[in-house]
Design a protein. Structure first.
Length: 279
């Protein structure tokens, strides 16, 4: 039987999502915990990989098991076997056609910046610290140049393995609240380090070192070497993917109403990323 689950994690102590031969990964922890509950080896597929240090609010996975287990048993049993930094938010049965990666029609990220003179202590692993004042309005103006379907070569890592650099950016919003600046972004999929590279180019705009039009120039130039540096991983949060509402998943990962119908008709794009793993 196939199940879907939402996974929340603090990526600070992990080498990323993807299972590796050596070192702690989120996927490895989740598979070990599920395997104990199912009393058999379980392999999970995620909606988008995340890099070392990147966090997730609701990473979505699917897995198949033969053992008869209730959703409550899977949720509570798995969480009791997971490290404190990882937890399942929900578990539910899904149709065999559901695929955590290929059924997703969009993915959402949030980047957290603590913008004050004093460095953080308590929040240092969930925020990126920028000492000098950022102008969020200038950053928001610059961000609008990236909306729509474009070749994002200037904002992907040179090691990115995606066959095409073309992605569709649905929204990109920069907001300030007191000493915190957040950058919310949604796209059909992301290239490796795409979100962090966009943030790294928005920061010089916010500092007044570059004009908002610089983002348009970078996009047109398609030269990664001319764009800003890759922003640190700890500020990045994978909010989660979005699926058509006919899968009947929780609201936090479902497209609603007309938006669901519109985006469901659009072919899924493989995410190299995500987090950065295709983020």
């Amino acid at each position: 039987m196939r199940f879907a689950a939402g996974v929340e994690y603090d990526g600070s102590s992990f080498l990323g999502w993807q299972r590796l031969p050596h070192g702690d990964t989120v996927q490895g922890a989740v598979e070990r915990a599920l395997s104990k509950v199912a009393d058999a080896a379980v392999t999970v597929t995620c909606s988008g990989r995340t890099d070392s240090g990147v966090h997730a609010r609701c990473q979505v996975i699917h897995f198949d098991i033969e053992a008869q287990r209730s959703t409550r048993a899977l949720l509570l049993g798995t969480n009791s076997n997971l490290p404190d930094a990882v937890a399942l938010r929900w578990v539910q049965p899904v149709d065999a056609s559901f695929h955590a990666r290929f059924s997703a029609r969009a993915r959402r990220y949030r980047y957290h910046i603590l913008n004050r003179e004093a460095r953080p202590a308590l929040e240092r692993l969930q925020h990126t610290w920028v000492r000098d004042r950022l102008d969020a309005d200038r950053m928001q103006l610059a961000a609008q140049h990236l909306l729509g379907e474009h070749d994002f070569t200037a904002f992907r890592t040179l090691a990115c393995q995606a066959p095409s650099p073309v992605r569709t950016l649905h929204s990109l919003v920069v907001q300030r609240e007191d000493d915190r600046v957040t950058i919310e972004v949604q796209a059909n999929a992301f290239l490796h380090h795409m979100v962090r590279n966009i943030v790294g180019s928005l920061i010089p705009v916010g500092l007044g070192e570059r004009s908002p039009a610089w983002l348009a120039e970078l996009l047109a130039g398609r030269n990664r070497a001319l764009a800003g540096p890759t922003a640190p991983a700890q500020g990045l949060l994978f909010v989660g993917p979005c699926y058509p509402d006919w899968f009947h998943l929780p609201a936090e990962v479902s497209l609603a109403g007309e938006l669901s119908e519109e985006m469901a008709s659009t072919p899924a794009v493989d995410a190299d990323d995500g987090g950065d793993a295709a983020e």
